[in-house]
Design a protein. Structure first.
Length: 432
């Protein structure tokens, strides 16, 4: 899906820009975001929900995948809403132009400041727990808060243990045994403007069945809420559609996922004879994941005879913590020798002081030497957003490319940025 090709210099081109030139201009490590790919994914989601759902729908971007001004602004301009999980994500979204009616605030432990900020913005708060529900009831004596209630659907799915959220043993949401009590509480607190229900089963999911089941489960809850006199305007079925990181990955298309979700909710509503709620989906990874590649400069090689060759790059787990965290798989290309045969098997190591800082084990590559530009595609989701300054390595820059133009969207951090929040107490200053 990336608007990429190989140019006459045998270099990789993304969004009409020569990646080697981009690295000369902006340095490495470098996140390169293809605007057309991101916009296309937004449009595919929007169109699919319009086509497959007979009622109103809204796709909201789970911005935990990558939240910064430029990405949020693109998503906003495509007419999507946004899911945020912290004051920082909320602040960025509002600065990027999102208005409260399209902002949904998640999180299993929102602070009272975050709750108040959400109320002030007119955002919808997705209530996760009893303590939050009680705080909100207190806070809404003089004001109202738009809320949704998050329930744990008890649906299993095949993905990494750390990114499953729908099982009963989850830190998120109310467990279904609490549903009736929650509805009763909400119905009694007039400051709580209840708009609907939310559930999310997990991330990087390829099966459609769990999402099909989820639709039916949620409509069941919807009828329960009605019995408590609560009208459900909105049903938020979460995100979770996986993307293809390696050849063996075979995710369904955005359209197929949307069709499953829409048809399942519509059919369940029909069978229970309830009006169609506004259907909300909140994809993150599948909106932004394939739109970015990360470019690194190749440094040293280390060959251990009969064992392996390590090739080191100038980034690693600080700009892409997914391999070390979830054993996630990626592939790589050499941006300055795109058509050379892949005759070597090397392990691509990051520059961090940990043996586990390996971006790709046994990658197939053409022969490489120091100074080559190594590119890892599909790094748009949960890379920048989970990046760190481990080993006091500055975060990379990010550029947005389109039609041969590149614009900086995140400046490269400087050494002084790394010291910005450091303070030396007087007694240590005196000793210097
Ligand atoms: N909605 C809720 C409530 C979520 O918790 C998430 C993801 C999403 C939507 C978006 O899910 P997606 O469409 O992106 O799968 N850092 C991990 C993924 C964590 C997902 C957290 N929640 C990774 O790098 O794989």
């Amino acid at each position: 899906p990336l608007t990429a090709q190989v140019n006459a210099q045998d270099h990789l081109e993304v969004g009409g820009c020569d990646v080697v030139e981009l690295t000369q201009r902006f340095g490495t490590s470098l996140y390169i975001v293809d605007e057309v790919t991101l916009r296309t994914a937004c449009q595919q989601y929007r169109d699919a929900f319009k086509q497959h759902y007979p009622g109103e729908s809204l796709v909201i971007y789970a911005s935990k995948a990558w939240n910064c001004l430029a990405i949020d602004a693109i998503v906003n301009s495509e007419g999507l809403g946004i899911d945020v999980v912290s004051a920082g994500e909320l602040y960025t979204a509002t600065k990027a132009g999102f208005k409260g009616d399209k902002i949904y605030v998640h999180g299993n432990n929102k602070s009272s400041e975050e709750l108040q900020m959400s109320i002030d913005q007119g955002a919808t708060i997705v209530v996760d727990s009893w303590s939050e529900l009680r705080s909100l009831a207190q806070m809404t004596q003089q004001q109202t808060a738009r809320i949704m209630v998050r329930l744990t659907p008890g649906i299993e799915c095949h993905t990494h243990e750390y990114i499953k959220t729908g099982c009963i043993d989850s830190k998120f949401g109310f467990d279904p045994s609490q549903v009736e009590q929650v509805f009763e509480f909400v119905a009694q607190n007039k400051g709580l403007n209840f708009v609907g229900l939310h559930a999310h089963i997990g991330s990087q999911i390829f099966e459609l069945k769990p999402h099909e089941d989820l639709g039916a489960v949620m409509v069941d809850w919807l009828t329960k809420a009605q019995q408590h006199g609560l009208s459900i305007e909105q049903l938020d079925i979460g995100g979770g559609l996986g993307i293809r990181y390696t050849e063996s990955d075979d995710p369904p298309s955005i359209d197929a996922w949307a069709k499953t979700v829409c048809e399942s909710v519509a059919a369940a509503c029909k069978s229970k004879d309830v009006p169609l709620p506004k259907l909300i989906a909140e994809p993150g990874r599948s909106l932004v994941g394939t739109s970015c590649v990360t470019a690194y400069t190749v440094g040293g090689h280390k060959t251990i005879p009969d064992v392996r060759t390590y090739l080191s790059v100038d980034g690693g787990m600080s700009d892409n913590p997914r391999p070390i965290t979830y054993q996630s798989l990626y592939f790589a290309v050499v941006a300055n020798h795109m058509s050379q045969p892949m005759t070597e098997t090397v392990t691509i190591a990051g520059k961090h002081c940990e043996s586990g800082d390996v971006l790709i084990k046994d990658a197939s590559l053409p022969p490489t030497q120091a100074g080559d530009i190594l590119v890892i595609p599909d790094t748009g989701a949960y890379n920048y957003s989970m990046s760190s300054n481990y080993n006091r390595i500055a975060r990379p820059a990010a550029v947005l490319v389109r039609d041969g133009n590149a614009s900086l969207i995140l400046e490269r951090e400087t050494l002084d940025d790394l010291l910005r929040h450091d303070r030396l107490p007087d007694h240590l200053l005196a000793a210097q």
